[in-house]
Write a protein of this length. Structure first.
Length: 204
């Protein structure tokens, strides 16, 4: 009888589904955010002429081309920081209080264009020349990988934590680093919209 009970318990444990490391709500929320910023970028860059694409409001300002290049380059760069940096850190669930409440604030914070930051050299668009088609293609390919990751990963994103180099952002968990990818896209798409709003922006 005891042997049968032990066997039944063992079979139940083997059949039980693995504990979800992210809730469905968290996955859905991240995907919706990624899809929203993707649409924002594609809408902002659609149908531009060569003159509009390369227009600069001032010599020290980025053109739409440079903003788009930066967005495309950053997508894979930040995702690599997640997979090769954040997920290599030890699990530290005891530090969850440090990242608590940052989900909603993070994307909003990144869209504050009054705060300026210098792009790291690998993401400097002045060092890279991409056509509009190349920028969009590179962005979409990288964004598809990001979305597939957040839909399917079983990594414990909430308990892997990694410091952002900007002190105002501070420590983020793995899930928040994915939200940061989307927030970064929104930030520089707003920069594109600023270029388009310039009174000297070409009509065609």
């Amino acid at each position: 009888m005891l042997k049968s009970m032990v066997l039944a318990i063992a079979m139940f444990v083997l059949a039980a589904p693995a504990t979800e490391t992210l809730t469905k709500e968290e996955r859905d929320k991240a995907v919706a955010e990624l899809e929203g910023s993707k649409k924002m970028f594609l809408d902002a860059t659609k149908g531009l002429s060569p003159a509009q694409w390369s227009f600069k409001s001032a010599p020290d300002r980025w053109s739409i081309a440079e903003c788009a290049d930066h967005i495309a380059l950053a997508e894979a760069f930040i995702f690599g920081r997640v997979t090769d940096g954040v997920l290599k850190t030890p699990l530290t669930p005891e530090k969850r209080s440090v990242t608590a409440g940052k989900d909603e604030k993070l994307v909003i914070m990144l869209q504050d264009r009054s705060f300026k930051a210098k792009a790291p050299e690998p993401l400097d668009p002045t060092k890279t020349v991409l056509t509009p088609e190349e920028s969009v293609k590179k962005f979409l390919e990288s964004r598809a990988k990001t979305e597939e990751f957040i839909k399917t990963t079983q990594e414990d994103l909430r308990d892997h934590m990694f410091d952002h180099p900007v002190p105002a952002i501070g420590t983020l968990d793995g899930y928040q680093w994915v939200l940061l990818i989307s927030g970064h896209t929104r930030r520089h798409t707003l920069q594109i919209l600023e270029v388009k709003a310039d009174p000297n922006f070409p009509k065609m």
